[in-house]
Design a protein. Structure first.
Length: 150
């Protein structure tokens, strides 16, 4: 179904700006004025973005900034959405494994997470013929999802 990725970002931001504030963090939203049209499942994309933000909220300390951005790649043909933070990040040796179901970077954490967030985010990207990548935000982590345009 055709949809504007900006609307997905707006929907998630409406909820999580306040959640971040309650956690003593800031969620900054940056999106273009022009539509970012893709074919996709709105609910799955909302869940994907929500999972990415919830991961940042879970692993970043109070005072952190989380950025939710989207745009179109300059070479065209794909749009992207990104959640980045200035938290502790993920070690290079864990970056591929975090997409495995039930894998947790810190096995000693008992924060209620199940280790499904990034594996679900990767599955949703794949269902939309896209991909997901992790980057160092120096400090922090940046998760970028690329999806073909409609």
């Amino acid at each position: 179904m055709a949809l504007d990725l900006n609307n997905v970002i707006e929907t998630v931001a409406e909820i999580y700006v306040d959640v971040a504030e309650d956690a003593l963090m800031t969620l900054v939203v940056e999106k273009p004025d022009s539509p970012l049209m893709i074919n996709g499942d709105r609910e799955l994309l909302i869940q994907q973005v929500a999972n990415l933000i919830e991961n940042a909220l879970r692993y970043c300390p109070p005072g952190s900034h989380i950025y939710l951005r989207c745009g179109e790649k300059p070479e065209g043909g794909k749009v992207w959405l990104e959640v980045s933070d200035n938290g502790p990040g993920i070690a290079d040796e864990d970056k591929e494994r975090v997409f495995e179901r039930l894998y947790r970077v810190d096995k000693s954490r008992t924060d209620g997470g199940l280790g499904l967030g990034l594996s679900l985010a990767k599955a949703v990207a794949g269902l939309h013929y896209g991909n997901i990548d992790l980057f160092d935000a120096l400090p922090g982590l940046s998760v970028r999802v690329s999806i073909p345009v409609r």
